[in-house]
Ligand binder design. Structure first.
Ligand SMILES: [Zn+2]
Length: 167
């Protein structure tokens, strides 16, 4: 007589991770006598903690964008030096984890069929969904006359755009 709505140990649920400070997936790791979720383990940072419901998406989005843009600034300084696999961390949270979380959020309602194929000769604008051969789906977060900052699943990448065709 298993209740399908009752959580079970090991179930993957969405939580507010107090270490990552993000809404993230976690495994249920302890249940109370009433069958409610008591303890969870964040799947990103692996910390065990008391269960806390995810924060509403609006707050989360604003906080995430602030945090990730800060990290992105650091990441994109010196992108000309391709030999440094940047392992920037803020506390226990890696930039990659933040970028991934933001990417998930930015692309979850996106229609991949509406993405534009990346081409350095095309011009892109903020919030454009682009498809990059090799990097996959990305969302344009910043755009200036010569470059765009794109959030891919792997993190932020600055790419040239609107380049004149030499013909
Ligand atoms: Zn965490």
């Amino acid at each position: 007589m298993a209740d399908p709505k009752k959580p079970a140990l090991g179930d993957v649920i969405e939580i507010r991770c107090r270490f990552c400070r993000l809404n993230l997936d976690a495994n249920v790791s302890a249940l109370g006598p009433d069958g409610g979720i008591v303890k969870v383990q964040c799947r990103t940072c692996r910390h065990f903690q008391d269960f806390k419901a995810p924060r509403p998406i609006e707050d989360q989005r604003a906080a995430l964008i602030r945090k990730v843009m800060k990290i992105a600034e650091r990441h994109t300084q010196g992108t000309s030096n391709r030999s440094t696999p940047a392992a920037t961390t803020t506390g226990s949270l890696s930039a990659e984890a933040v970028a991934k979380a933001l990417w998930d959020e930015a692309t979850k309602d996106a229609n991949p069929l509406k993405s534009k194929i990346y081409d350095p000769h095309r011009a892109f604008g903020v919030d454009d969904l682009i498809h990059h051969k090799g990097r996959g789906l990305g969302v344009v977060r910043e755009a200036d006359d010569v470059s765009i900052l794109v959030l891919f699943r792997e993190g932020f990448v600055r790419l040239p755009h609107d380049e004149p065709r030499d013909e």
